[in-house]
Design a protein around this ligand. Sequence first.
Ligand code: ADP
Ligand code: MG
Length: 562
Amino acid sequence: MPIKILDKEVVARIAAGEVVERPASVVKELVENSLDAGSSHISIEVRGGGVSLIRVTDNGAGIAPGEAELAFGRYATSKVQNLEDLESISSLGFRGEALPSIAAVAQVDMVTCATGEKAGTYLGLRDGAIAGQRSQGRPQGTTISVNNLFRKIPARLKFLKSVTTENSHIANVVSQYALAFPEVRFSLFLDGRVTLRTSGSGQLIDSIIEVYGVEVAGNMIEIKDEATVPSPRVTGMIGSPKVSRSGRSYLSFFVNRRWVNSRLLARAVEEAYHGLLMVGKHPIAVINIWLPAQEVDVNIHPTKSQVKFSNERAVFSTVHRVVRQALVEQMPVPEVKAAAAKTLFPSAVREATSPPYAGASPGPAPSAPTPAMSLPVLRVLGQLNNSYIIAEGPDGLYLIDQHAAHERVLFERIEQQRSQKEIEVQGLLEPMTLEVSPQQEAVLRSRHEDLAEFGFSIEPFGDRTFLVRALPALLHDKDWAGMLRELLDSFPQGDSGDWAKGIAQSMACHSAVRAGQTLSDAEMRELVRQLEQSTTPHTCPHGRPTMIHLSSGQLKKEFGRT
Ligand code: ADP
Ligand code: MG
């Protein structure tokens, strides 16, 4: 093909692709515009995962009648004028790309009325071109409706995930801005249901209650920057180590109120929690970083979600110091014992070991046992570190991780009971309530039937609250609420994964004996006996080893005998 310049429509669509990746990107751009317009109320209505409809209504400054059409022109913005402005951006938008990009991939209708105007303006766009314009009354503010997103781009539609997943991304975007702007009243409606509503009180804790629930909010610690150096300044709230989560999605960073992704900042916070959380756990934090606009470059990526600090080191160390200080003040006695016990096993022994089942992890499917995988009869000798069972077999020594081994045993039992529809259920005398985040709610609503198969009886009970009437008997006296939240959190990424298997794994993990728990001889023998009978004894359901085997030959070699 000869080289030629692409025509306008192709260019518009390519550019749109950079800004509008999925429905949640549209929500983000429209909400940012509403915030830039100084709105105190922002309402977001979504249907069909955002593909059918996204409508954002605000009470901000509005657009003057003469400028409505211009707002949809490429690189048309009221927020920067020249190169100097670009050096110190104080608004969320500045590229003038969002509205034209959205109009290139959807039908857009806007009704807006600017401060001081008597009549408002309606503007309709089809295929990126103006299809209708007239005056239309409305109170001050702007409503933008986006219909049939990506309808003309089947390739993009195909890459979208389920409605549940897209809803959960949207709920996340709105939740983040609700955390960043506690003085703004947000309402989010997903398919007609209120999913999030904040009061606009101006208090961060009120937004945290709405987004994460009262339980998390009750365990948040305010962070205060007491240093005398003015920049950067760090404010916000962090979770006490008691309310950690299994993913990083509960870390929110706002730089001059812009929601950003930053590995640097995540590391600064996580390092501040060092030694305070169990392995694999992550903190909850809402961190605001304030610094002069010239000290941060936001013009790095079309989605504006990444920033570059001119002094990265200062930002890192301030965030780290402020978070650590707040933690140390609140938590004089860190609970690190359990975490330490899990990793105490000396690596030298691991290296010296080459088990006969090397390469067996993550293990074949439980239904396909092979002779090499089975476990000989073992004699229990004792417990090491309250975490490992020491046992003797026909060929040498076995060190068994009690938690991982019990997880394996329970996992197989749960899978078997479920396939025979025989899960043991424990009814609750008084139903208990379970509060979840907007994202978790979306998942729970679509999945509570799968959970029912495992013995959970859960029904909706008002705003992001569910009533739990029965539980799998295994979890009765365990942290089942924590388990459910963790499970719901791990779902959006594992969309297509095996949800049922995930439930079984999670139930097994939460009901198994812990590291650090003393076991009687009888209990150890029983656990080992059950492990001997399981189909895949050498790995836990996540694929990690349950044991280390030192054969008699290896022992001899270790001690220098031949
Ligand atoms: P940017 O936000 O980068 O300026 P956009 O394409 O998102 O670019 O918006 C273009 C312009 O339209 C904005 O600069 C602003 O003047 C106007 N605008 C968009 N949305 C709103 C709104 N909700 N309220 C008031 N003005 C708006
Ligand atoms: Mg914008």
